[in-house]
Unconditional design. Sequence first.
Length: 173
Amino acid sequence: MSIAPVSTPERPESATTAAGKYLLFRLGREEYGIAVLKVREIIGQHEIAEVPNTPPFVKGVINLRGKVIPIIDLRLKLGLEAETTDRNCTVVVQIEGQSNQILAGVIVDEVREVVNISASEIEPTPDFGRGQDREYILGIAKIASGVRILLDTDKVLAPQEWQMSAGGAATLS
């Protein structure tokens, strides 16, 4: 009697490429993560200049050391209820525009910590049924402190959805 070798399922390539350091932050009761390599800085609350005719999740723009950057309320972008607390802060991230890199500020409830997440700790995004957009989720991380949703900043903050007229958003040279 021969025994067939047991093969372990291979990790999806997206989980392997998603491994790395993540900035964890809170939105409501859930924690999310974004790749540290996309984070430029974390700033406190700023006076935001509202811009007319933008989607509700675009709160406006700020002047950050001479660069005008759009501010996105991630709660609203993800379909959560708006909430402002004294722990809100803005994470300035670099995202891929159509032809260049753009800086954008993302309002989160609270920044928690930076963690290193290995490929073995990342599961593919489950299928939530027809019509549910999951493209912006890199994967689900299972770490000691619980389950965290890893976001693809380039997709969840797709500039074509909110970008101002040419020259309006800060671009990286």
